[in-house]
Design a protein around this ligand. Sequence first.
Ligand SMILES: Nc1nc2c(ncn2[C@@H]2O[C@H](COP(=O)(O)OP(=O)(O)OP(=O)(O)O)[C@@H](O)[C@H]2O)c(=O)[nH]1
Ligand SMILES: [Mg+2]
Length: 305
Amino acid sequence: MSGIFKRFFGGLTRSRQAVGGRIAEAVAAHPVIDPDLLERVEEILITADLGTATSLRLMRAIDDEIRYNKLTDPARLWEILKGQLLRAIQPAANAALRVDHKPTVVLVIGVNGAGKTTTIGKLAGRFGAQGRKVMLAAGDTFRAAAGEQLTLWGRRLGVEVVRHQDGADASAVAFDACQAALARGVDLLLVDTAGRLHTNVNLMAELEKVKRTIGKVIPGAPHEVMLVLDANTGQNALSQARTFSAAIPVTGLVLTKMDSTAKGGILVNLTTELKVPVYFIGIGEGVDDLQPFDPEAYVAALFQH
Ligand SMILES: Nc1nc2c(ncn2[C@@H]2O[C@H](COP(=O)(O)OP(=O)(O)OP(=O)(O)O)[C@@H](O)[C@H]2O)c(=O)[nH]1
Ligand SMILES: [Mg+2]
């Protein structure tokens, strides 16, 4: 496995929870493919949070191979599973975050603790290193320490942060940040938001208002609404994604904490259900611990054994 993926899925590959490891055990116990092995594989896929539709799709592909190509050798299951999974996620994976407006405005949303602010810091580092002029907007005015956290990232990276006092109107922050970004010739404006109470209509109303305000200052913006989800939360990430995307159309996902999750299969479930790409995965807390999503490396890591 390539260097950058050493930490990716670290928890998963080490653990006996690993999809690949569990399938390997099942395969080792069955010299030929029989109904018992198939049942076991299906159970492993479903409990790996891939989603029922994707799990059934993989099982159907195996059934077809048995029926039409007389598949009997369990060792061949790997190539079928990998090939089918790659095909299932490819449509949703074929996209990258593009910075092709001036400024490109990215609204970053997600529940508290998902990793929004950290991801914004990492993105600022990444695009700054590519020579882009980046600006941050401290739109999380709800949590006292949030503005401070973003300011620290800004200082560390030499990036300007637009911030109001705690408790201020998030839309007013967004408004000022958009004007400042236009005035200063910024390439990328990253707007942080509050994450508290994802079930509360107030937060969704606030996010919509922030989005509308951005569009008033910069027509067509925000160009991206990026939903940040903690991979460790498994099925809960899926329900968060449904709640957020019902209120505000999401254009891309970031799955954080992929370095420490046993639930990495949820990425498949999310991207196939929401039909939006995964732009990045978070693999640690440092500025460089953000990787563009690589479907092939992901599938290889998931089925590693
Ligand atoms: N291991 C690991 N930790 C991460 C990753 N991304 C974020 N974290 C940590 O997760 C915690 C929460 O991250 P924040 O960026 O503050 O989350 P947030 O979504 O901004 O949360 P609120 O501001 O409360 O809404 C912090 O301790 C981060 O360092 C990641 O990819 N891997
Ligand atoms: Mg935050």
